[in-house]
Design a protein around this ligand. Sequence first.
Ligand SMILES: [Zn+2]
Length: 500
Amino acid sequence: LTSSKPNRRGHWVLAGGVLAFASIAAAWWIRPARPNVVIIVLDTLRPDHLGCYGYERDTSPNIDALAAEGVVFELAESVSPWTAPAMISLMTSLHPEAHGVYRFPNPGRLNDNATTLAEVLKARGYATAAFTEGGYAKPEFGLDQGIDVFPRNEGDDDSHMSNLEHGSRIRANVDRALAWLGEQSGPCFMLFHTYEVHAPLLAPDEHVQLFRPGWSAEAEDAELQAEFERFKESGEITREGVQLTSDHLHHCNPERPPKYQFEASARGLLPESDELTQQFVRDQYDGEIHFMDRELARLFEVFGDDTIVVIVSDHGEAIGEHGVFGHGSSYHTEQLGVALIIRAPGVAPQRVSGLVRSIDVMPTVLDLAGALPDEFLIQGKTLGPRMRGEDLDARPSYSHGRSLDGYETKMRSMRVGQWRYIHDAEKGAQLFDLEEDPGETRDVSAEHPREVEMLHRLLESQVDVDARIRELASGAVAREDLSPEILEDLQRLGYVGDDE
Ligand SMILES: [Zn+2]
């Protein structure tokens, strides 16, 4: 804590390994000089729907094959259950309130002073490109920081819903990515993102049929139209019809449900069963994963042995758990859990069982690429030691959702060991014992006041640390302006956040 200097781009460099940091061990395996780096973000992908995470359906043969040659992190969590903050955290290793991109619906822009993964690699001579599907993964929120080539798609300014109007984009983006990769002669970094498994779920029939035999979009439409006609003529609404419209709304997700659905609600008519709806959505979702997996295989084919490949989701998806379909709304495992698979040259295939966080991705990739700066302002830690079989201290996984414009976030989650603590400024505290109750169905906060108190203190420390890091990263406060007491405080809080 005795010296600090802005690096050549004016980024904050904190000496002494203060908040997070990176004491970098010597290279621990033979790796190519400047390996290519590819990060593939599969938006809204639940790990438990992939074969390599134990799913009983054969949804993901190509991802599974890559996973068999890499490291599968069995328990990984995102910093946030929605896209904008989660993507920026992957690229900066900062929590949402530290990097500042977390407001809904207008997230704002990452401050130039924050350092992105792409910037670190670009400074080492990498060519950089990003191929995303717009919405909350478009360039403007800061994903373009350090990226040379970031083409836009028609509909990028709409939400992910633009798939409804513009169709699936994964095929075109894979083509573009392949073309760009084919032009590179030196080391390159590519960020690839797809909304394919994000609602609306519109996979080609043959992929859905693997999991829902006999289903077709055309037949579903015809049935719906027949039901709507009957309704128009006779005013009749059937339970089968309500089930059909409910299923349709869940996978097509149009902005306004049809009159039929309004009328059904007005009459108090519900779908036949929640389980039927959930199964329908699972079938559509699995069809999308299968389709996406086949498209991704075209990318996997060109990655050489000298390429570090990361497959990660930005957040998960609820399919009926806790009464929810979708994401962004709660802090349970179905929304925060992410897939994380890393295949890297010279790293033996294995499965890692301990809890890791999406903020660990950036330092891990830089460590694997031999490009981790000695000191820089990040909150994750490299998973390199875990990938060589070392046990590390368990680290808490902290998540923060979204703040509506003009309001501060009310909900946060802190996961430590067997406990998930969720704090909601309005509804109070909830505690779940993940060992006894992995589905997080029973709040046990009343039975464990000591754990609640400890987790709440940890959570408040994290909020404090994030606010201070944000001041530093934004340049609003210069390090020289901070008193030694505050710096010590930061260090203490940082270590609390990381090690206890
Ligand atoms: Zn997302």
